[in-house]
Design a protein around this ligand. Sequence first.
Ligand code: 62D
Length: 375
Amino acid sequence: MTTPIRFELIKTCRQTGARLGILHTPHGSFETPMFMPVGTLATVKTLSPEELKEMGAGVILSNTYHLWLRPGHDIVEEAGGLHAFMNWDRGILTDSGGFQVFSLSEFRRIEEEGVYFRNHLNGDKLFLSPEKAVEIQNALGADIIMAFDECPPYPATYEYMKQSIERTSRWAERCLKAHRRPNEQGLFGIVQGGEYEELRRQSARDLVSLDFPGYAVGGLSVGEPKEVMNRVLEFTTPLLPADKPRYLMGVGSPDSLIDGAIRGIDMFDCVLPTRIGRNGTVMTSEGRVVIKNAQYARDFSPLDPNCDCYTCRNYTRAYIRHLIKCDETFGIRLTSYHNVYFLIKLMEQVRQAIREDRLADFREEFFECYGFNKP
Ligand SMILES: CCNc1nc2cc3[nH]c(NC)nc3cc2c(=O)[nH]1
């Protein structure tokens, strides 16, 4: 079977072990480590495909659960798939809906066959199974689709986690069997196991034996301390094939992106840049700026003096503060544009540091400048 997703390992950073790679997809090839902007409802909120392209976005995410409910995967399929529907001709990854079921719907019942829960919009009873999640993603047509898994809450007992990962492995096999378009869409397995090394090993062993074209590390960025995430990555990524892409779901903040790349992660996604952008918080090379603060009322400097994005080249903190205070839509467009640009450019700097075998030095400099604590 010709897999549509291929990971090309270019080099490994001598200082940290981080990887520089190229992710080849049916909609283009993109360097890794990469940050993938999230476009839950088939749009990266407030930004156009042209703006995403000009800032260098390669792969963006859309959300199976949400698109299943609205507009319905049948309408997207009729449009010719997500790329045609949203006029995006680069890479698209869809998640499988599992996470939303666990995070959006308080009522739910998990059975072997799948999950029973309620539509978060109107309370209707719903059912998602590995087969249904793959059917929806086959209709949406993303280049990378995700297995249907359970992302247990943090913390979870060893006993609960063990039976959960064993079911997630059985679900992963059912996803592979249900996948109708393996030559056009790469199905990634999701490793679970919480903070338990033995369970991460068991989950990774099960999934690697099924030979997926790529693997995600799931069950993280769910409220655990950063040290726990880093420790889990340290003993999980080495269990995954070096010639396959590794995707850390739901991450993240600038420091977590750097620390994840150092621990062998190639792909990241997070709603952070557009979500905090909508309430007027921006990431800058000197730390976070909450633009509504009175201190910026007469500050005619750019959001970030070291940024060359459209927002920072053309508008001042005072002006953007004014727009946000007045609830002017253009304001959140400017903050969202800058935040997505910031993370995409951060990954460019990470890739350059890997080329120069100095990612640990870069981490030091960035943390110093950004104001993160050292360890
Ligand atoms: C593809 C659906 N499955 C799936 N999505 C996830 C999405 C996440 N998003 C975050 N933090 C914001 N952690 C996540 C974990 C998972 C996970 O373990 N599984």
